[in-house]
Design a protein around this ligand. Structure first.
Ligand code: ADP
Ligand code: MG
Length: 555
């Protein structure tokens, strides 16, 4: 997979065809002269001058939805499927074609479908051709209206929502009303998701139609109102997020595609806005405010060595911080009307576009885990186990030597764990060669050491009294010796090797001396140890002659 280096945010311009009013009342001031350049015609006095603007791509009025998608959006979807988060913004004045570009016209045939539907199709095509990865696709769709966040996938969540009716005239459409039960949502930050809208519906989608259904519901719930520019002008910023959760081998990435249809960027006082009421003024102030913060963030980011970027000054910029900031990957589509009627808005859009182009970023792979950590842990564990095995072998060799002719290591003395760890302080009986002892955290270390040693001795006694490999000491005057070797295990519970050098003792009154190796607790000596023996016998006193301590390394 290609690693991304520093790059500028991509900025393209889309100039829509003139509508009837524009043809009738004005003339065309935008000329798309090349695939990356456009001219803006001015009239000063009687003469005409041109300003030339360059962008990553310039799309003229004849551009079809499919051409635009194939030319600039497709590769972003590939990046998202590779684990990068990508945001695509549509920016421009009301009526310039943002919603058309992003979602297509209402109830459009597939030919007119916008970026959203085409992206989703590409995502699912990618998934169907990918057998070595598991994908989960979910969708959330929110809007930011007057600096509040609403879930567009929850019916009746947004009290402002209206069903766009394309037959309405501007005067019959109502505008913002007092919210009755506004479920305003909050922004949160999460290790896996980055910044997201907490509480927003995340609808898991298994095919293109699922996503298209979500998009339709969201568009229906959006706050729209008629303006002089557009009968169904979106009064909010809508953010459609397509989450791509991908597990490929040991690596998991959670990336997202944000499609942002911004509210119109027209300035207050624009003569095209008709019948202005107080509520509309507030609405426009909120739109303009968040767009100004967006502009401010872009300006700050565009300056090299930028300091504080005011992402938190608006919900829009904070939500999209990951995409706008240094780690992001963004594409801005600036939509324009070619008409002289909107020349001043067109100029301000072009100026903003030029600033956005200066912002640099290094897209970051959205890895949740890559399996490297697990591999490192496994290698460390294997290394430790190898060391323990070596140590245990060495100890066994030495014990064999120390035991001389009198010590016999059972022929079936194999290192193995006896399955599950025992209850607190308990010993799991086994074949007599080793066992796991679990330590009780409530006991004092001395008690515990005594208990552990006793259990180890008892255990090995059982093993040896099975009849085999018992090496009797015929000399009653000499105490019997016993070696108990603790070795650390990765679980933290000591593994005990009770080496049956001399056991059991006959007669039972004989004393026993015990050498304890690698006791996991720092106890210099454990005295005395009484071993409960079979009913007919007396308890036996065990004294320790040697204790070595080896702290257990916890995994
Ligand atoms: P905005 O979302 O920027 O307010 P819209 O996307 O709603 O604007 O577009 C306003 C009108 O212009 C709609 O009737 C839309 O169908 C039309 N329109 C926009 N862009 C294009 C285009 N590239 N080709 C044809 N019609 C367009
Ligand atoms: Mg719109």
């Amino acid at each position: 997979m290609k690693k991304h280096t520093e790059e500028n945010i991509k900025v393209v311009v889309r100039c829509r065809p003139m509508n009837e009013k524009e043809i009738h009342d004005g003339n065309q001031v935008i000329e798309c002269i090349e695939s990356t350049q456009l001219n803006l015609k001015h009239k000063y006095g009687g003469s005409e001058t041109y300003s030339t603007y360059s962008f990553d791509k310039v799309f003229g009025p004849e551009t079809q939805q499919e051409d635009m998608f194939d030319d600039i959006v497709k590769r972003n979807i590939d990046h998202v499927m590779d684990g990068y988060t990508c945001s695509i913004f549509a920016y421009g004045q009301s009526g310039s074609g943002k919603t058309y570009t992003m979602f297509g016209p209402p109830r459009a045939e597939s030919y007119f479908e916008g970026i959203a539907q085409r992206s989703v199709r590409k995502i699912f095509n990618h998934i169907s051709g990918c057998s070595d990865a598991k994908y989960k696709i979910s969708v959330s769709f929110c809007e930011i209206y007057k600096e509040h966040l609403y879930d567009l996938l929850q019916e009746k969540q947004n009290p402002y929502a209206q069903t766009p009716n394309y037959n309405h005239t501007p005067s019959t459409l109502s505008f913002a009303q007092t919210p009755i039960n506004p479920h305003k949502l909050k922004l949160r930050r999460d290790k896996v998701k980055g910044i997201y809208v907490a509480g927003a519906t995340e609808s898991e989608c298994t095919d293109v139609e699922d996503v298209k259904r979500c998009v339709s519901i969201g568009i229906r719930n959006r706050a729209v109102r008629a303006t002089g520019m557009n009968q169904n002008s979106s009064r909010s910023h809508a953010v459609l997020t397509i989450w791509v959760d991908c597990v490929k081998g040991p690596r998991r990435t959670v990336s997202k595609l944000n499609l942002i249809d911004l509210a119109g960027s027209e300035k207050w006082g624009n003569s095209t806005i008709t019948g202005v009421h107080m509520a509309q003024i507030k609405e426009m102030t909120a739109i303009n405010q968040s767009l100004s913060v967006l502009s401010l963030c872009v300006n700050t980011l565009a300056q090299s060595g930028h300091q504080h970027v005011p992402f938190r000054d608006s919900k829009l910029t904070y939500l999209l911080k990951d995409s706008l900031g240094a780690d992001g990957m963004s594409l801005f589509i600036m939509t324009l009307s070619p008409s002289s009627l909107h020349a001043s808005e067109t100029i301000s859009t072009l100026k903003f576009a030029e600033r956005v182009r200066q912002v640099k970023c290094i897209p970051k792979l959205q890895v949740v885990h890559d399996g490297k950590e697990a591999l490192k842990r496994a290698v460390a564990e294997i290394t430790e186990l190898k060391m323990q095995l070596d140590m245990a072998r060495r100890e066994l060799r030495e014990l064999k030597k120390e035991g001389g002719g009198g010590t016999t290591i059972p022929s079936d003395h194999k290192h193995h764990h006896l399955g599950e760890k025992c209850g607190s302080g308990a010993l799991q009986p086994g074949d007599g060669s080793e066992c796991l002892i679990s330590r009780s955290s409530s006991s004092s270390s001395t008690d515990m050491a005594v208990k552990m040693t006793r259990e180890a001795l008892e255990h090995s006694r059982g093993a040896v009294t099975d009849g085999q490999n018992t090496n009797m000491n015929d000399d009653d005057s000499k105490p019997d010796h016993r070696d108990v070797v603790f070795s650390p295990t990765t679980s933290g519970d000591p593994l005990v090797h009770s080496i049956p050098s001399i056991w059991p003792v006959q007669p039972l009154t004989r004393s026993l001396q015990c050498r304890i190796h690698n006791l996991p607790l720092p106890i210099p000596r454990i005295l005395p140890l009484f071993l409960p023996l079979p009913p007919s016998s007396h308890p036996m006193e065990v004294s320790t002659v040697e204790t070595t301590h080896h702290p257990i390394q916890h995994a």
